[in-house]
Design a protein around this ligand. Structure first.
Ligand code: NZQ
Ligand code: ZN
Length: 389
């Protein structure tokens, strides 16, 4: 196990109807805010009205900015930054999923600088402060509700890039499992794939003596694998949603990262796919992750065998670790298909014509390597994309 520092400052308010508390949580920090949301699901479900009422009761004024699309765009972030600056807004409240929260975090960083927020995403500078962010989560998936991350797409160049900073941990996140009842089955499946991916990125580590976090990761994976089919069969199963939602937060709040180094190459590759083809992040991961595994199996077959045995109940055979791992990968693919996701690029409508371009963008023209479990250069990323066809 390696040394670490761990602190996750996001206050989690969890349970039925807890969005009624949003006004009080906001009022403790700010009086005038940006209320940020997506394409309209929160208006259809009545959540918007409940949030607005809670803000009103607590004496919080707000300016609205809706219209965040999945794979959130830089242009809307810039509009939000302008609204915050012009109106002296003090907090960004995200009501929605990972896309809305990521857009809110970007606005929060941009609102306190004179320069361009995109510079942070290109690694040209680092944020030194940000407005506070609060969230009301409507989909368990990205884990952005208590993560350091924000992922934004710049329409110019179809570049999807991330920033990680402790400054953008949300101050509070309200998690009401009932808010997920209205999710379409495809989004439920995408959420499951993303949560699993956050766990597998951390699981496939070259750091030794991490049995404790291995076990936590395995338990969380098993929870997701067990609950996703229940949610698809009964979208109003509160108890299953509650466990799934909490698992989604824990999967990405860095607790399960402690003492180990995650990989993250599958995420980097997926971001190239969704940056160009605008596919749902979870759907992209269901295609990339099995291909990454097939490419990397030989690096440490016994780790794959352990995962296959403990998570997928494959008969553990360390003498045939590679075959055991391969069976685990087959079961992962079967799971994705059972919840309605494809496992090949063609299922996403991605043809072979831009694979070279994606491999090149992902590795910055072969000037950087991605991943930690296995370091991948441009040729290796291209090989993984080939395996995903
Ligand atoms: O926009 P609305 O109308 O709200 O509809 C959304 C959207 O179409 C809908 N939806 C959300 N909650 C709903 C609902 N529909 C009905 N009822 C509800 N309760 O679902 C669709 C998808 O929403 P989105 O926010 O895009 O989903 P998700 O949470 O999966 O976020 C995906 C984004 O997060 C990024 C991804 O790259 C992607 O851009 N990620 C962010 C991370 C982070 N900040 O830490 C880490 C992740 O690895 C990920 O990269
Ligand atoms: Zn993800």
């Amino acid at each position: 196990m390696i040394d670490f520092e761990f602190r996750n400052p996001t206050k989690i308010v969890f349970g039925r109807g807890k969005e009624a508390q949003v006004g009080a949580e906001v009022a403790a920090v700010a009086k005038k805010i940006l209320l940020h949301y997506g394409g309209g699901s929160i208006k259809d479900t009545g959540l918007f009205d409940r949030v607005a009422e809670s803000l009103r009761v607590s004496g919080v004024e707000w300016i609205e900015l809706g219209g965040v699309r999945p794979n959130p765009r830089l242009s809307l972030v810039r509009e939000g930054v302008r609204l915050c600056k012009d109106n002296g807004l003090e907090l960004v409240l995200a009501v929605g999923g990972g896309s809305v929260i990521d857009s809110a975090k970007a606005i929060a960083m941009g609102a306190v600088i004179d320069g361009d927020v995109w510079d942070f995403y290109m690694g040209r500078s680092e944020p030194s402060s940000a407005l506070p962010v609060g969230t009301v989560l409507t989909i368990p998936a990205a884990g952005s509700e208590s993560s350091t991350g924000t992922v934004i797409t710049n329409e110019e160049g179809q570049l999807k890039r991330a920033v990680n900073s402790d400054l953008i941990y949300p101050r509070f996140s309200i998690l009401d499992p009932e808010l997920a009842f209205t999710l379409p089955p495809f989004q439920v499946a995408c959420g499951a794939a993303d949560i699993l991916a956050h766990l597998m990125e951390r699981y496939f580590s070259m750091v030794r003596h991490v049995d404790f976090t291995d076990r936590l990761l395995e338990a969380t994976m098993k929870t997701v694998i067990q609950k996703a089919p229940l949610l698809l069969a009964n979208p109003m199963d509160y108890e299953a949603w509650a466990e799934f939602m909490w698992a989604g937060t824990i999967a990405h709040n860095n607790l399960l990262n402690t003492g180990r180094i995650g990989d993250w190459a599958s995420h980097d590759i997926e971001h190239e796919i969704s940056g160009i083809y605008d596919v749902a992040h979870g759907a992209g991961l269901a295609v990339v992750f099995p291909a990454w595994m097939k490419h990397c199996l030989g690096q440490d077959p016994s780790r794959f065998a352990q995962w296959a045995g403990r998570v997928w109940n494959v008969d553990l055979d360390f003498w045939n670790a590679e075959a055991t791992g391969r069976e685990g990968i087959a079961r992962l693919e079967a799971f994705y298909r059972s919840i309605g996701l494809g496992t090949r690029l063609a299922d996403l409508g991605v043809g072979p014509d831009r694979l070279d371009e994606m491999a090149s963008k992902c590795t910055n023209g072969d000037r950087r390597k991605i991943g930690n479990f296995v370091e991948l250069d441009r040729a290796a990323v291209r090989a993984i994309l080939e395996l995903a066809r």
